[in-house]
Design a protein around this ligand. Structure first.
Ligand SMILES: CC(C)(COP(=O)(O)OP(=O)(O)OC[C@H]1O[C@@H](n2cnc3c(N)ncnc32)[C@H](O)[C@@H]1OP(=O)(O)O)[C@@H](O)C(=O)NCCC(=O)NCCS
Length: 182
């Protein structure tokens, strides 16, 4: 698969992305609201990339690499992960890319791919309450607050987006329809 938007090329993660990804998630500012809140080691970053590669090969349901259309630089990821029988939508970008609308541009394209090509009828997203930038992204993507999709002992704010809401929202198609080469 490959999805083009105005500024981005979105494609499956590759093992060669490990070095650039390690630099993104090795930054504590990026990891502040995620998991343990600590920067990932390069080994943890490599394991994350390889997990994305394996998930894509197995089911096509994975986080995708979001790269610059200008020069191919890895900017972060946006995409899916199956958790407890539900489809989780997640995203993470390099610190210096924040505030340029990249998460929203990538999210719109990736969600369209998820609903139209992967056949999802709903996707969930969980956010730590203080992560206002992420809550803003979900709001711009038309997610709505919802109860947890599975028992969750964390203090997570859950959101849900259905295919109907996405398609009925008037959300703009960004770039050509994706090719699905699964
Ligand atoms: C959350 C994140 C993906 C947002 O990426 P982004 O490309 O900056 O997002 P966008 O520019 O599309 O939209 C962010 C919105 O939040 C606003 N915003 C950014 N930082 C903010 C902050 N600290 N407080 C309040 N609003 C903020 C922006 O102004 C923008 O809103 P606007 O379009 O109305 O101006 C990025 O900050 C990130 O990668 N964070 C670390 C990883 C993470 O937390 N991922 C989400 C896990 S749930």
């Amino acid at each position: 698969m490959e999805i083009l938007t105005d500024r981005l090329v979105i494609r499956p993660m590759r093992p060669e992305d490990t070095k650039a990804f390690a630099s993104i998630v090795g930054d504590p500012r990026v990891m502040r609201f995620l998991g343990s809140g600590h920067a990932l080691t390069s080994q943890e970053a490599e394991a994350y990339v390889l997990d994305c590669v394996a998930r894509f090969r197995a089911t096509g349901r994975s986080r995708f690499a979001v790269t610059s259309r200008n020069d191919g630089e890895l900017l972060g990821f946006s995409g899916f992960k199956e958790i407890a029988g539900t489809i989780d939508f997640g995203y993470r970008f390099e610190f210096h890319q924040w505030g340029r609308g990249i998460a929203t541009e990538a999210g719109n394209a990736v969600l369209r791919y998820g609903f139209d090509s992967l056949g999802f009828d709903r996707v969930w997203a969980g956010v730590v309450p203080g992560n206002q930038a992420s809550l803003n992204v979900l709001c711009k993507l038309r997610f709505l607050p919802a109860p947890p999709p599975y028992p969750d002992e964390q203090d997570t704010v859950w959101h849900l987006l259905t295919a109907n809401a996405f398609h009925g929202s008037g959300s703009r198609s960004i770039g050509p329809r994706p090719k699905n080469n699964l």
